[in-house]
Design a protein. Structure first.
Length: 344
């Protein structure tokens, strides 16, 4: 009996021809679907870099109006102001440190006038010059400024009837197309007589100036800090004037006649007047229920006469409104651009 031995080749088989062909076809398809990346020209790369730089500068410009607005406003205080009280300089530094803008305060020697406090806004713009993006920075003076008077000097101007002429001169010295003088009476300014009120209102009529009284260095430092904040934010407010509605239509009276809507709006406006009591507010609304007729009446009168007519209104608590609040109401009803009262 023959026994045959059969030898089997058990080595691993090589790749089949079918599998290899399929793989090659897939690789060819991938090559067709992924075209070769085009090399970018040098000009294209430079243009992209310029665009990024312009966007960076514009972001910085936007921050100058928004979150960092106080950092882009610089306050310059004449050293003659510090002679009125030795603690003024330190109090001002304290206020600016509290606002986290210590570098935005500077003391100067007569560069902008004796007894002056002025502000300059740092502006940034992007310009393309010789194929390169450059950041253009300017320091533009603001219209709002402070002129500090010692109490005795202020009283002498009132007695001699020279206050209005004084305000005219300091407004011209500021050399701004829209000067907004703040005359600060430092120390004891004396009694607020009828003559003082009359001359203040007359100067306000011509030059839109504000008369403010500060008895201490601390009071003065808070006034400067308050103005610094208000001026810094003023540019953003002006930019929003065309986009923000005066009346929020989702609130208040939605159904009703026009007179009811007008009265509701008028009452809400008066609610924002600082130190105006509810009794005084009701007295104003009772006398002038239509604010638009009230506006026309104020415009047709002389400013001092118009303010006096508001000041003489007596509320339910038998207290007059007074000239200070009356001037605030007169200002926000007759101002065309809202800049006459810069302090929030």
């Amino acid at each position: 009996m023959d026994i045959s031995i059969i030898e089997l080749d058990i080595s691993e088989p090589g790749p089949s021809t079918i599998t290899t062909t399929a793989t090659e076809e897939v690789e060819k398809d991938d090559d067709k679907q992924q075209p070769k990346r085009k090399r970018r020209a040098k000009e294209e790369i430079e243009a992209e870099k310029m665009e990024k730089e312009v966007k960076r500068i514009r972001r910085e410009m936007n921050s100058a109006k928004n979150s960092k607005c106080e950092q882009f406003l610089f306050c310059y205080v004449d050293r003659s102001v510090c002679l009125l009280d030795d603690s003024i300089e330190q109090e001002l530094k304290n206020r600016f440190v509290e606002r986290a803008v210590p570098d935005q305060l500077a003391f100067v020697d007569g560069e902008y006038g004796f007894g002056k406090v002025i502000w300059k806004r740092k502006r940034i713009d992007a310009i393309i010059e010789e194929g390169k993006v450059k950041s253009l920075q300017t320091m533009d003076p603001e219209g709002c400024f402070i002129h500090v008077l010692e109490g005795g000097a202020f009283n002498q101007l009132i007695k001699k009837n020279e206050f209005q002429k004084f305000v005219e001169n300091v407004s011209k010295e500021h050399k701004h197309c829209r000067s907004l003088p703040n005359i600060v009476v430092f120390g004891q300014g004396g009694a607020h007589t009828t003559q003082t009120t009359t001359l203040s209102l007359k100067s306000f009529e011509h030059y839109r100036n504000q008369v403010r009284y500060c008895k201490t260095a601390t009071d003065f430092s808070y006034l400067v800090a308050q103005l610094h904040r208000a001026i810094a934010k003023s540019e953003k407010r002006m930019a929003q004037d065309d986009t923000v509605p005066i009346i929020e239509m989702e609130k208040g009276i939605r159904d009703g006649i026009k007179a009811d809507l007008r009265l509701d709006w008028w009452t809400r406006m008066l609610s924002h007047v600082h130190r105006l009591s509810e009794e005084q507010k009701r007295a104003i609304v009772l006398r002038w229920p239509d604010p638009f007729i009230f506006m026309n009446d104020l415009i047709q009168k002389e400013p001092d006469e118009a303010i006096k007519s508001i000041a003489d209104i007596v509320g339910g608590n038998n207290r007059r409104i007074g000239p200070a609040i009356a001037k605030t109401i007169y200002t926000f009803l007759t101002s065309k651009d809202g800049e006459d009262v810069i302090v929030e």
